[in-house]
Design a protein around this ligand. Sequence first.
Ligand SMILES: Cc1cc2nc3c(=O)[nH]c(=O)nc-3n(C[C@H](O)[C@H](O)[C@H](O)COP(=O)(O)OP(=O)(O)OC[C@H]3O[C@@H](n4cnc5c(N)ncnc54)[C@H](O)[C@@H]3O)c2cc1C
Length: 469
Amino acid sequence: MRDRNCAFDLAMKECLGERGWLTRPEDKAAHARDWLDRYGEVPLGIARPASTAEVSAIVRLCAEHGISIVPQGGNTSLNGGSVAISPASVILSMARMNRIHTIDAADFTATVEAGVVLAHLHEKLTAHNLAFPLHLGAEGSAQIGGLIGTNAGGSHAMRYGMMQDLVLGLEVVLADGTVWDGSRALIKDNAGYQLRRLFCGSEGTLGIVTKAVLRLFPAPVARATALLALPDPDAALRIGALLRASTGEFLTAVEFFNEPGLSLLLKHVPHISRPLETPGPVYLLVEIATSIPEIELPDILDRALSAAFETGDVLDGTIATSEAQRAALWRIREELPEGQRLEGRQIKHDVSVPVARLAAFVAEASAGSERVLAGVRVNPFGHLGDGNVHFNLSPPEGCTDFEEREMQLSQAVYEAAVRHGGSIAAEHGLGQAKVELADRFRSTTERSLMRQLKSTLDPHGIMNPGKVV
Ligand SMILES: Cc1cc2nc3c(=O)[nH]c(=O)nc-3n(C[C@H](O)[C@H](O)[C@H](O)COP(=O)(O)OP(=O)(O)OC[C@H]3O[C@@H](n4cnc5c(N)ncnc54)[C@H](O)[C@@H]3O)c2cc1C
């Protein structure tokens, strides 16, 4: 075994050089654990390819030596997908493949390597008056390959869709090292099965994304953003529906959170103050945007919301009057996961339900959790516009067996989601955390189809094993 690992080590060094193959304990430790520090074995080494040809060579070597490959982007995913389940693994860091090849203003496309960080792409596009409309709290670290791996959604998915809707073409290294070049910049491309979609959300279990052609949009020139305090979750649904009807295609985000989430944020995260005089129990952050300068967005938002103030569905609210105020409102929403994390032990769920069922789901999942563990603290927040709820649980004071209840608590939450026609995995993927539970909630046909796909594309099971299926 030792000799085999030595031979592999030498071959990797030869293939990638000093910069491309890291085996010092401190280098391995920097990539070994996931963002929440819940999962991850120390791998044999960190491979840092600089080109598609190097990715292909790594995959061939790993296949030859029976070593597993775990692709890693920004390592911000929340279910342990980007770290190894066994030490006989290589972490394939895409950080050096971070070139933006082209930004095509005529085609509204960008061709980028998989290691490009999302915030970096946003910055580059600003100079071209173009936008890539995927936004999430981790955008300063998350990479295009990782976002494709989890099929990320974020706060603007209600208007622009998820990553799979924003990817026009892909280049992927398959499990035998073959390179599939499907990097076409086409909106209409139906010459067979939608292969690119297969890799969106596959979490590195079917192949390694090396390049992507992304769909761009005109950059918004104006936005109107409001934070509202509401009496109850049903009011949030009514306002969501009202905004949809009265602001039409301008509506880009309807985000929700509750008083417990805001309290954790105020307790743990510095430089955030209570945004409204009247506390919610429920809050909505809403945004409309346009790329047409003549459109008076604040008037449109004001008119839409005045009806809601009159009916009592809004208790208090503010509309941002500057970019700094807008950023401060968004910071509240984006730091909610950090407030929850800093509170300590937590159990996270990322589910989706049809939008109209969101309030009923939250009530039912809260009651189900309470039945499993009396006094459990519930902090739901997320993307009301597309029905995505991040349903977080913290232990009651003095609780010693919180972790032991995880399976029962998660079962209660997922059963409520499924009862309401929802999914147990909305935008964070399954990683290693949810594989077993996902299998329980799959139909036999679905389970069998997924296993067939996996064994066809990765017959030796070296691509990110222990994740998804
Ligand atoms: C504060 C915070 C807020 C977040 N908010 C959101 C949100 O609003 N919406 C949302 O969708 N997610 C959100 N996330 C989750 C996370 O940011 C996303 O899952 C993101 O897509 C992960 O990107 P990454 O580059 O960090 O990927 P990683 O964590 O490195 O990897 C994710 C998965 O993709 C695979 N992978 C990585 N690179 C490749 C590649 N090149 N080819 C094939 N597979 C690959 C990995 O093996 C892994 O399975 C949030 C996370 C944090 C910490």
